[in-house]
Design a protein around this ligand. Structure first.
Ligand SMILES: C[S@@+](CC[C@H](N)C(=O)[O-])C[C@H]1O[C@@H](n2cnc3c(N)ncnc32)[C@H](O)[C@@H]1O
Length: 281
């Protein structure tokens, strides 16, 4: 059977099981099973699919039908220009978080080396590790509440050859962290607790700790806004990803005495998603 025929059948099967975006999901899974890029698979519909790849693809499809995120099945997620290993220990990094990483990089470009940054709630480590790769003079602290997620970020640091520049800290607040940073970047859990039960099955298979931000979704974010100024170097910044309408609420909790500048940025979908605060310096 050719790739095109297999894809048509698989997309139909996933659609019947209520899987969102059945076509693209089938394409990503078959490409991974074949060990080729998705675009080259689409460019060559007559590509033969050897029995071993077909068997692997069948296994992938069965997992996808259970509502597992694509990245948990293949074991990796692209993030900017790196590949991040992911599994049930961590949240799958989202496209908007790539935008957050881009804003963080823009800020770091304005600072002098040596650079010191913290990725708070590091999860897989995607944001901080990408920054460490981009800035060879950067020393990173990856802080995380979950020991399992911290182990995953350590594995990613090793896979990317960055482990010697990263310190891994298990923490549930900034309180025990005494160092000063040019930048604290964070994608904290920011979904209000009451919203969680209605999330899609794919999202619900991700760790609850990575999603649940408390009653209004801002438990961790509020702690960061309160404690970050004392952990930033002069002119240093906190950059965070948040949910819709949360940036405005948090900005009101950022007094001018501590913060020299505060701004909200929209993401590519037009949602005010990123909060930037710079302290005096
Ligand atoms: C939305 S996920 C972000 C993961 C990763 N940074 C990313 O962007 O893909 C939030 C992360 O914060 C961690 N977390 C939750 N509460 C925390 C807390 N109080 N202190 C530190 N980390 C926390 C979760 O375990 C999870 O890994």
């Amino acid at each position: 059977m050719t790739a095109a025929l297999i894809l048509t059948k698989a997309a139909r099967r996933l659609a019947e099981r209520g899987v969102d975006e059945p076509g693209p999901n089938a394409q990503w899974l078959l490409a991974d099973a074949l060990g080729v890029e998705r675009l080259s698979l689409l460019a060559d519909p007559d590509l033969p699919v050897p029995p071993a790849a077909l068997k692997k693809f069948e296994r992938y499809l069965a997992l996808k039908e259970t509502g597992l995120p694509l990245a948990y099945i293949t074991g990796w997620q692209p993030f900017m220009d790196i590949k991040i290993k992911v599994d049930g220990r961590v949240l799958v990094p989202r496209p908007e978080t790539e935008e957050l990483a881009g804003h963080a990089a823009d800020f770091l470009k304005t600072r002098k080396e040596p650079l010191v940054a913290m990725d708070y709630g590091a999860g897989s480590g995607a944001i901080g590790l990408w920054l460490a790769k981009k800035f060879p003079g950067l020393r990173l602290t990856a802080a995380e509440a979950s020991a399992r997620a911290l182990a995953c970020s350590r594995e990613n640091a090793q896979l990317l050859g960055l482990a010697d520049r990263v310190k891994f800290v298990r923490a549930v607040t900034l309180t025990p962290i005494r160092a000063k940073f040019d930048l604290i970047v964070s994608n904290p859990p920011y979904i209000p607790t009451r919203v969680i039960p209605g999330l899609a099955p794919e999202v619900l298979s991700e760790p609850r700790l990575a999603l649940d931000g408390g009653a209004d979704g801002l438990d961790v974010a509020r702690m960061l806004v309160r404690l970050a100024p004392a952990r930033l170097k002069k002119g240093g910044a906190l950059i965070m990803e948040l949910g819709e309408e949360q940036t405005r609420v948090l900005m009101r909790a950022m007094p001018d005495k501590a913060w020299a500048e505060k701004k909200a940025f929209k993401d590519l979908s037009g949602i005010e998603r990123f909060l930037y605060g710079r302290i005096h310096g």
